[in-house]
Design a protein around this ligand. Structure first.
Ligand SMILES: Nc1ncnc2c1ncn2[C@@H]1O[C@H](COP(=O)(O)OP(=O)(O)O)[C@@H](O)[C@H]1O
Ligand SMILES: [Mg+2]
Length: 368
């Protein structure tokens, strides 16, 4: 038998063979769509570090909405967001008030038309209303926004204002925002976005290891490949329950087994797992940690290395001491690293890594 195609997908935004440990989020959203206007899960905020599965979750929720015969608009926060939304939502952009056909006029140009900035919130709302009308009874509109932490205040204001009105009018709409965890404090501090306080917040944390093990087992056995208990345990443990690492470990142990010339065929051995895990760690370091570390100043990196001494959250006083600096001085770097979503402050006087496996990466760099 020829070794089958590799089912694991260690690529950002690509659907994994099994969506592990996220059933409740999907079920809550499904229920929200069924329950009708006013259901809390029709306004959702998904948070988690990079590689925790936010983009994939937006795709999954979009699929769920399509099943309910809703229209789905997926967007990613970047310049021109509101105008893009309007152009995609409005069935006939030319008939929406606020849209003019004079590209020479100030304001963002959208190919053949442009929207005056002050009119964006109400134009977006009109576009949604017109679309719902065109869709007809029983159909709704889902808007998903990825990388919400990168949205400008103007775009978020327009979207929040329009969303708030539509939800208040009991329209058949749903909004799902996804972004880094720091988004919550950023957003909730901005007065204009208080409406997101009412969002149903879903934090995508680590997946329970038992579920990782079951998913590995069913994916591998389902493809007609064998793996014994010990190999399965080692692979599961190495993922730490972090979704991106689950795909990396799965992918590399599979590849090692497929390319191997000797030993049992159509089986993933303990040896394959050991090699796969090693490659997965290297990939994770290279892909997720190295780019972050590279853009840091020397002292900021010193701050992180001082944290990496601990196995869990660090006391800010310990970090300052290890750096040989005052608390005030260390605090400058603390603030900067929090602002860049690299560390978080889980409690007063404490800091922890916001990027999975960054601690392990820093340690491996230090000791060769
Ligand atoms: N629930 C999950 N179970 C298994 N693998 C997952 C899960 N969610 C995401 N993945 C995988 O993790 C990686 C990162 O997913 P992605 O949605 O891009 O994360 P994020 O948008 O949070 O950075 C992808 O390779 C994806 O296939
Ligand atoms: Mg993403």
């Amino acid at each position: 038998m020829i070794f089958p195609a590799n089912p694991f997908k260690p690529t950002a935004g690509v659907m994994p063979p099994v969506l592990i440990g996220r059933e409740s989020v999907v079920a809550d959203f499904d229920e929200g769509l069924s329950d009708g206007p006013g259901a809390p899960d029709r306004l959702m905020l998904i948070t988690g570090p990079r590689g925790s599965g936010k983009t994939v979750m937006l795709t999954e929720l979009g699929k769920m909405a399509s099943k309910h015969r809703w229209m789905v608009i997926d967007e990613t926060a970047s310049e021109g967001l509101t105008d893009r939304l309007i152009s995609r939502i409005a069935p006939e952009p030319s008939r929406i008030s606020g849209v003019s056909f004079k590209p020479s006029v100030m304001g963002a140009s959208l190919g053949e038309f442009s929207i005056a900035p002050a009119l964006r919130p109400s134009t977006l709302r009109d576009a949604m209303t017109a679309r719902l009308h065109a869709l007809g009874k029983g159909k709704g509109l889902l808007i998903t926004l990825d990388e919400t932490q990168d949205a400008s205040i103007e775009d978020m204001t327009a979207l929040a204002t329009a969303a708030q009105h539509m939800l208040r009018e009991n329209a058949e709409v749903a909004f799902v925002f996804a972004g880094l965890p720091s988004l919550i404090s950023d957003l909730l501090n901005a007065k204009v976005l208080t409406f997101l306080r009412r969002a149903s917040i879903k934090e995508l944390g680590d997946v329970p290891l038992q579920e990782v093990r079951e998913a590995f087992s069913s994916t591998i056995h389902g493809a007609g490949i064998g793996i014994d208990d010990e190999a399965l345990d080692i692979a599961t443990e190495a993922t730490g329950g972090y979704p991106y690492m689950i795909q990396l470990v799965g992918y590399h142990m599979w590849r090692h087994a497929r390319r191997r010339q000797d030993g049992p065929s159509n089986v993933i051995t303990v040896d394959d797992v050991h090699s796969g895990v090693e490659q997965a760690r290297a990939k994770l370091g290279e892909g997720a940690c190295a780019p972050v570390v590279k853009q840091l100043s020397e002292r900021a990196l010193d701050y992180l290395n001082a944290m990496a001494v601990d196995d869990g959250p660090s006391a800010t006083s310990d970090v300052a001491q290890r750096m040989g600096e005052s608390m005030d001085y260390a605090n400058i770097y603390r603030q900067r690293l929090i602002g860049e979503h690299i560390i978080t402050s889980p409690a007063r006087g404490q800091v922890d890594f916001a990027i999975p496996f960054l601690r392990e990466y820093l340690r491996s760099q230090k000791h060769g």
